[in-house]
Write a protein that binds this ligand. Structure first.
Ligand code: NAD
Length: 351
């Protein structure tokens, strides 16, 4: 391979440690912030309140209304609370939904963001924001959206339910897999991608066996950081296009959809991207698509789109949407082949 690349990794400060939650106050000071608005989903509100309490005067309020796909009306409410409380930054405590809300606020007022990531989705290290307005999801990429400081504390993931840990982990792997054959791939992102998948491949079975295994939780979160960084640094292809279509137009759940689709999309691109994917194919027994499918099944992941609520009658429209304005992909995106891929994923066949 002759080297020819542009590499621009995103500048975020990452603090990674068991117990790193205790460092929020000093990290806020390092950001030059004194009045944080703490964000969470309703489900994580208690944790957000406890964090705000522990920060004393450094926290001016909690907004616990974050929701999947960053609805604009929720952001508008949060903006109002931000103004009323006189906040000077946000702390997003949670997964992609909460982080999305923090990004949406920063997109509007350029406030600093400190993120405490508690899933493996990786949004905390990307300059990408997806928002929904009247049911339509749009995505933008802007440096303002990238969080300034990210805290990873594996202790906060000990209670992430096993099913979510598995699908969120496979979601992270999907970022790395697509990063390896991205049109703008680069050697640093590829190193991160391979090590990220390695870490998650090692950690997820251990988490399924023992969810409170702090070492495995640390390994998974480390893998999620690497995979998220890949997502934020290089372009995504067929897999992400299909998942965005299924999530955006058919309301399928984010992590579960990635988890069902990744063996099929990896198999679709296996030949065309054989050289780029070789380290992962080797890791998964020689055939990446089949190896990923077996791995997901062993972990108890959902295996079929039909189990996620997609009707068979929707497959034609999903294929039409997916081939319209396709993302760049190493193998041409052909309607008939995509329709067959979707059928196999809907039925849950081994690719
Ligand atoms: P999520 O943030 O929606 O979390 C799902 C649920 O799990 C929530 O109720 C949350 O409060 C709860 N939860 C989170 N962490 C927990 C923990 N440690 N213990 C117990 N419960 C916990 O799920 P997600 O998969 O992290 O995020 C999905 C969203 O993020 C989607 O909207 C997706 O589009 C977006 N996303 C964006 C990017 C990006 O770069 N812009 C990247 C990945 C995902």
């Amino acid at each position: 391979m002759s080297l020819n690349f542009i590499c621009s990794l995103n500048p975020a400060r990452v603090v990674f440690a068991c117990g790193a939650l205790d460092r929020v106050a000093e990290e806020l000071r390092a950001l030059g912030c004194a009045r944080a608005l703490v964000l969470s989903t309703p489900f994580q509100e208690q944790d957000a309140q406890a964090l705000a309490q522990s920060l004393g005067a450094q926290a001016v309020g909690v907004f616990a209304g974050a929701a999947m796909h960053t609805p604009v009306e929720v952001t508008d409410q949060a903006m109002q609370v931000y103004a009323e409380t006189g906040a000077d930054c946000v702390i997003a405590l949670g997964g992609g939904s909460t982080i999305g809300l923090g990004k949406a606020i920063a997109w509007r007022n350029d406030c600093p963001q400190l993120v405490i990531a508690t899933t493996y989705a990786g949004s905390e290290v990307t300059p990408v924001l997806g928002q929904t307005e009247e049911g339509v999801k749009t995505t933008l990429r802007d440096a303002r959206v990238l969080p300034e400081t990210v805290i990873y504390d594996p202790n906060l993931t000990l209670g992430l339910p096993v099913a979510m840990s598995v699908t969120s982990g496979l979601n992270a792997m999907a970022h790395a897999i697509e990063g390896l054959y991205a049109q703008n791939k680069n050697p640093v992102a590829s190193m991160m991608a391979v090590d990220g998948v390695r870490a998650l491949k090692q950690a997820l079975p251990a988490i399924v066996r023992r969810p409170e295994d702090a070492t495995a939780r640390g390994e998974a979160l480390y893998g999620a950081w690497l995979c998220g960084t890949v997502l934020g640094s290089v372009g995504m292809a067929l897999h992400h296009k299909l998942c965005h279509t299924l999530g955006g137009s058919f309301g399928l759940p984010h992590a579960e959809t990635h988890s069902v689709m990744i063996p099929h999309t990896a198999a679709y691109n296996a030949q065309a991207a054989a050289e780029d994917l070789k380290p992962l194919a080797d890791m998964f027994g020689g055939d990446l698509g089949k190896g990923l499918w077996d791995f997901a099944k062993e972990l108890g992941a959902p295996m079929a789109l039909r189990d996620l609520g997609l009707a068979e009658a929707d497959l034609d429209r999903a294929a039409d949407l997916a081939v319209k304005n396709p993302y760049w992909n190493p193998r041409p995106v052909e309607r008939q082949a995509i329709r067959a891929l979707l059928q196999a994923a809907w039925e849950g066949h081994r690719p």
